[in-house]
Design a protein around this ligand. Structure first.
Ligand code: XMP
Length: 346
């Protein structure tokens, strides 16, 4: 039997370091998705039907990040969203837009990728729960044969260095790391499998491949994002932090006395699967409502400020510097209590 200890976000803190940064404006929080794609904000919105359609993707683009349009729609709906997005971008002026769509690994995935590409997409996300899988290998290889380097291939999800390296070798340009750690995930409860989210990043960061690491799921604050990046993630992917906003798909639900909610659900939840294909099989996510949060642009600005502040606490002006300088400490439960606002507990 193999056993090892694994840490996650609340288990650690970054040690503050001497800083000669006079203003957060000196800090650049952007990073590369590959040699040709640079994002000014290291945040990607998740391909989920209560997070990313064209409105969210456009807001992510405006903020310097990226949105991945989900795949729980018809191929024509997907193509229309990509087209809408491409026009919005063209109106904005010159410059190559980044447009990302998710695909599965069976059925129409290659046709989807083709239609997305023909309508202006340059990033395809091979989106399955267990990425270290023969079907993922076959899908990535087929996409690479068809498109070569014309499409950036994002793939996942993985929990180990071995899986990360395999996906990289199969052709993935970036890999979503973390299994079962998302706020609406029940994979670990259902299957007993997974790995604490930050540990997955520590392990995948040992790779010698150029493939980019995307810390996906379980991130609740800008502090968590800074920890993920310091541990070695190039970029992060968010669901719940961006859900419940004006730009996330779905109607507002009025709950009396002016309280408004929106639905946020896992793509492997019974509800999402039923809406998508009229039946459900394995149920590895939940559907819930969360408070309405208004304009996502305000959230993204707060996150950007928090990440910049996080870099400056380590005395770093770039993500690269943070990854070179960062030092973690492990905290006890008492330390975690102290790390949270705690006056109300007294
Ligand atoms: P957060 O914590 O940001 O997580 O809300 C978003 C990520 O969760 C993953 N995801 C799922 N994982 N069952 C799962 O086990 C699901 O139904 C499910 N839906 C989404 C996905 O990686 C997403 O980016």
């Amino acid at each position: 039997m193999k056993f090892k200890e694994a840490l996650t976000y609340d288990d650690v803190l970054l040690i503050p370091k001497y800083s000669n940064i006079r203003s957060r404006k000196e800090v650049h929080v952007g990073n590369d998705l590959d040699a040709n794609i640079h994002l000014n904000l290291p945040i990607i919105s998740a391909p989920m039907d209560t997070v990313t359609e064209s409105e969210m993707a456009y807001a992510m683009h405006e903020a310097g990040g990226l949105g991945v349009i989900h795949r729980y729609n018809t191929i024509n709906e997907m193509a229309t969203m990509v087209r809408e997005l491409h026009d919005s971008y063209l109106r904005e002026g010159p410059g190559e837009p980044n447009i990302a769509v998710a695909v599965g690994v069976t059925g129409d995935f290659l046709t989807r990728a083709m239609l997305a590409y023909e309508n202006g997409a340059n990033i395809v996300c091979v989106d399955v729960a267990h990425g270290h899988h023969i079907l993922v290998r076959e899908a990535i290889e087929k996409i690479k044969i068809e498109f070569s380097d014309k499409l950036h291939v994002m793939a996942g999800n993985v929990a180990t260095l071995e899986a990360f390296n395999d996906l990289s070798d199969w052709g993935a340009d970036s890999v979503r790391c973390n299994i079962g750690g998302g706020s609406i995930c029940s994979t670990r409860i259902q299957t007993g499998h997974g790995m604490p989210g930050l540990q997955t990043i520590f392990e995948c960061a040992q790779t010698d491949r150029e493939t980019k690491i995307i810390a996906d799921g379980g991130l609740r604050t800008s502090g968590d994002i800074v920890k993920a990046i310091a541990a070695g993630a190039d970029l992060v992917m968010l669901g719940s932090m961006l859900a419940g906003t004006d730009q996330s798909p779905g109607d507002l639900i009025q709950c009396g006395r002016g309280i408004k909610n929106k639905v946020y659900r896992g793509m492997a939840s019974k509800e999402a699967q039923f809406d998508w294909r009229g039946e459900h099989s394995s149920n590895e996510g939940i559907s819930t409502t969360i408070p309405y949060k208004g304009d996502v642009r305000n959230i993204l600005q707060d996150l950007k400020n928090g990440i910049a502040s996080g870099l400056s606490y380590s005395g770093c002006r770039t993500i690269e510097e943070l990854q070179a300088r960062a030092e973690f400490v492990r905290q006890t439960n008492a330390g975690l209590g102290e790390s949270k606002t705690h006056i109300l507990q007294r």
